[in-house]
Design a protein around this ligand. Sequence first.
Ligand SMILES: [Zn+2]
Ligand SMILES: [Zn+2]
Length: 257
Amino acid sequence: MVEIVFLGTAGSTFFGDNFTPSILVDNILLDCPSPCPYTLSRLGWLDKIQLILLTHVHPDHSLGVLELLWHLWIEGKGRRIQVIGPTGTHKFFENLLREIHPSKYQDILSHGVFFEAEPSTKIGNISFYRAKHTVKALAARLDFRDASVCYTGDTSPTRELEEGFRDCDLLIHEATYPPGMEEEAEKDGHSTPIQAANTARKVNAKYLALIHLPYARLGPQIEETYLSSAKKIFSNTFIPKPMDKFILEGGNLGYKS
Ligand SMILES: [Zn+2]
Ligand SMILES: [Zn+2]
């Protein structure tokens, strides 16, 4: 049994009270934008995070790690957080912190235990794959005893992901561009709901969650078009709302109120 909480689902920038992608899968946090540590603290969940998995360093996915390192340093309890990201992740935060606090940046950075994953790396129950984006980016598959969750981060469709995500229970797929803009999406290292649904069908997923929608640019009404275009290809598609909780067990996804 796996618990999944969608903390933020908006694409590229926040919209209303919805922030950018951040999903809690048991005690693993998939991506960590800047509002994320505060949200976890407000919910009393900050201590339950064992690992943060960053798909790439774009701010809508990563800057919460900076906030969290700063918080752990100020808090002064010597707590550290594990962070896995693509090659260059450690340097990225080191450079930022050196600018922010030249005399203490190493102390602040030491609150993170960084591990840089290459595509094809497997760490415990997490397998990493190369995502096709504008910067070095990873996608991940999390296998549990009776459930599997795959997360694309930001990507256009690739053969490697189709192979790695085979037979997963829940596919969490980005859909940044509207249906009909497949070519533009691909050029920009993103996907449309049609491409996400095609991948879900090809990999034989049980459920498809569409996230990273362009709410700020196209408004919330975009959901209708997204959902109908994806459902024509893959009927078990849904668009999660922030703070939606689900239990995945034995291949069945149940909403938890
Ligand atoms: Zn993004
Ligand atoms: Zn990105």
